[in-house]
Design a protein around this ligand. Sequence first.
Ligand code: P53
Length: 507
Amino acid sequence: MAKAFPEGFLWGGSTAANQIEGAWNEGGRGPATSDFARLITKEIRDTEGSFDEHVSHNAASKEMVEDMKAHPENWTLPKRWGIDFYHTYKEDIKLFAEMGFKVFRMSISWSRIFPNGDDAQPNEEGLQFYDNVFDELHRYGIEPLVTLSHFDTPLHLAEKYGGFASRHTTDAFVRYAETVMTRYKGKVKYWLTFNEINNVLSNPFTSSGVILDGAPTPNSCNNYLGHWQLKFQAVHNQFIASALAVKKLHEIDPEAKMGNMLCRLENYAESSKPEDQLQVMFEDHFNWFFTDVQATGQYPYYMKRFFDENDIHIEMGPDDMRILKEGAVDFITISYYMTYIMRYKGSPVPQPTGRLVSDIKNPHLPKSEWGWTIDPIGFRITLNRIYDRYHLPIFISENGLGAIDKFSEDGRIHDDYRIDYMRAHVEQLREAIADGVDVFGYAWWGPIDLVSSGTSEITKRYGMIYVDQDDYNNGTHARSKKKSFYYYKKLIASNGADLENNVTFED
Ligand code: P53
């Protein structure tokens, strides 16, 4: 057996309200941007084409949202039903407890609390729902780690203000944050502001409620490049929202901690040409940027050139720099799925790609069925680089493998590929900790099958718990344990020491 992880290490799983809860129009909840993310199946990707293997979150134009509202019957919108966690949370949390979870990362659906985002009073039924969820978690000694905004801005704020393009949305967010941080004081110790805040560059609508003009192609947001002025303004307004939430949390509950959440893009040069390495530096900057601001409370030097050369002017309030400075986060969180390859684009002037999936493949690495490279060593590298840069404790808020699961003849899912992925990543996580990196928890993305963020498929399964439903919500919705369930349970019970895959369904 290998060495155990540090005592008290938080093993667990990670989800988002918009991908599990369903019940989109129950309990007083208002519509959110995620309710307008259409299903993008493999057939659609193959016939209509896509920018990446992964297609971005669609519904980027006013026209599309209007059409979805007027003719919902023409669209498949799976985030509206999720996996029905709104009704099954007790049963699902019981299964997490059986695996031995110490932490459950989840998000609050903003429009369950403020149905329009800017209502005079919060919706008590929504507040009560999360009280129930937190109480249920604590019954089993599971610590909730809660994201305030995970790709589900209230639709009303998107339509009225263009989401975070306007400072009105910042104000609405701060009120929402204050409401829930006060209500759940003592129940929630760990908070995150915005999920994968860098996603605004590729998916402005779902992540930030920014609606762009112009007609996107039907299968995806064709605006993932450009629109920098608008997107970086939205980013700035989110930074302010985040900083104010940090400050408020410290006032409300000095014991509680607030983290950031970055979709960490670790980049390798395609060759040993210095130009390719320069491109890595550019792309790195556009990824670090978000955490640089949230962790240090300052805009990094390298953005000035990009803003100047692209005529980007961020509108800032007189107190903004002070607010940022006072609102630096307490800890760092990342999602880590894959690494990327960079090739020089021929310009010495930095430009972000705005992509979340690299278009150049690494010949040395295997890929998932969705084309995401599998790179456990990259995980160790990225953890070292992050720690080296910020010297703050790190929590892994997402890591996982989306795959097609099939039942074997014994009626079970032997998902050894998922176990292999997890083992390899946890092994590298242990190496990073041995290197001296301060990591205090690891949350597997989608411990129970859920609706994919990027494509709204459930057939892109991440779970150790199988949910019997297809992309159109047909099925019994019954939960069953995959082989990885037993693996993770054993791994947690040994505090990370038992990495061998010798589990059976009888364990
Ligand atoms: P899905 C792109 C690339 C890496 C992570 O993603 C990403 C995305 C956006 O789709 O998002 C995070 O479901 C996100 C989760 C999401 C998960 O990764 O597209 O925080 O909401 O489900 C996996 O396979």
